[in-house]
Design a protein around this ligand. Sequence first.
Ligand code: SDX
Length: 370
Amino acid sequence: MSETIKAPKGLAGVIVDTTEISKVIPELSKLIYRGYLVDELVEKCDSDQVAYLMLHGELPTDHQLAHFVSKEKEYRSISDGLLKSIKLYPKKAHPMDILQTAISYLGMEDDRLWDDDHDTNYDKFLRMYAAIPTIIAAGYRHSIGEDFITPDPSLSRAANFFNMCFGEVPADGIVKAFDVSLILYAEHSFNASTFTTRVITSTTSDMYSAIAGGVGALKGPLHGGANEQVMYMLQEVGSPDQAKAWMEDKLAKKAKVMGFGHRVYRKGDSRVPAMKKAMHDVAELTGQKDWAKISDILEKTMVDAKGIHPNLDFPAGPAYYMMGFPIDLFTPIFVISRISGWAAHVMEQRANNRIIRPLSEYVGHELREI
Ligand code: SDX
């Protein structure tokens, strides 16, 4: 066995492998996907082009994009069996649990479950990329006692999600803000859920199992679940004139405030400026400006007091709320985006694999007899 290295708790600061997919540059608060600055991708691309970039390593030509989008539209529908099974889940089920179970169901339906070649795994990615929005919307419609709305191939992936949830598509500016969030949430190197998908892949388990595992990790409030907690927080604050005192009270109690801090960024999350702009755009378009004001005051109070900056979940929460989504759909929406980052890491791990199996230092009872 090679020499042992004792890592800090939480693997903080530990480089465990190489990747060609993305790079977080904390000292510059920058993020690049396959060499492109995310800020530039947000300005010049849509989320389908970014998903293609994630999996292929290059931005698509017009012809490649047209083929990618046509496959996505072809794969949007889910089987009657899956739709019926979603309707049998407990009414109180959290949408992340519905999604995790449904992704496993997609695997159960797929005769190629154990086929592990690149092209088959890429097709499995496309299947999940296309079906995950449908699954989330189907679960939501069931939870409110409304009929399932079938996917509309005339709409973009982003617009179709609104239509499947609400039966209508909002103003272009709101769909654009949603699409910006799908670009920003797509990938972030070896975060907890992505590393989970790589660990599962390293055992040569199947891609559906790896993605279902990623959903389980992302659900946690310290990770993707934070965007839901942020909105509950803003509702607890209630109004802009309560925001400063609310944050000061939390700081006095040394409470952990959701939506702030990051393991890698120390001078601010590179994705926050673009998401904040999207959040303010939605506030203007929907007339719900108080949520944006509360958010800005909470941020200023925290940064002034502790120098801890917001992460992407902080502006994303109120943005999704103002778009009309129920709070328990926020983290599933994170999955609508992160499926492309996860799939890219699954493919990368598979291409140069060694089972991930760290050591532990035993500090329990010394050897003893019964
Ligand atoms: C995501 O890794 C990724 O890239 C994740 C992600 C992605 O795209 O995949 O960016 C998405 O998960 C964003 C993070 C969402 N989570 C939250 O918003 C939950 C609240 N944040 C914290 O729990 C925390 O900041 C973490 C989990 C994000 C990071 O944890 P670390 O690196 O282990 O930092 P820490 O908890 O050790 O905090 C370091 C110090 C502590 O002070 P001391 O105890 O040393 O005095 O900073 C303080 C913490 O108390 N601190 C906070 C805080 N975050 C850190 N204090 C109050 N509120 C916070 N949110």
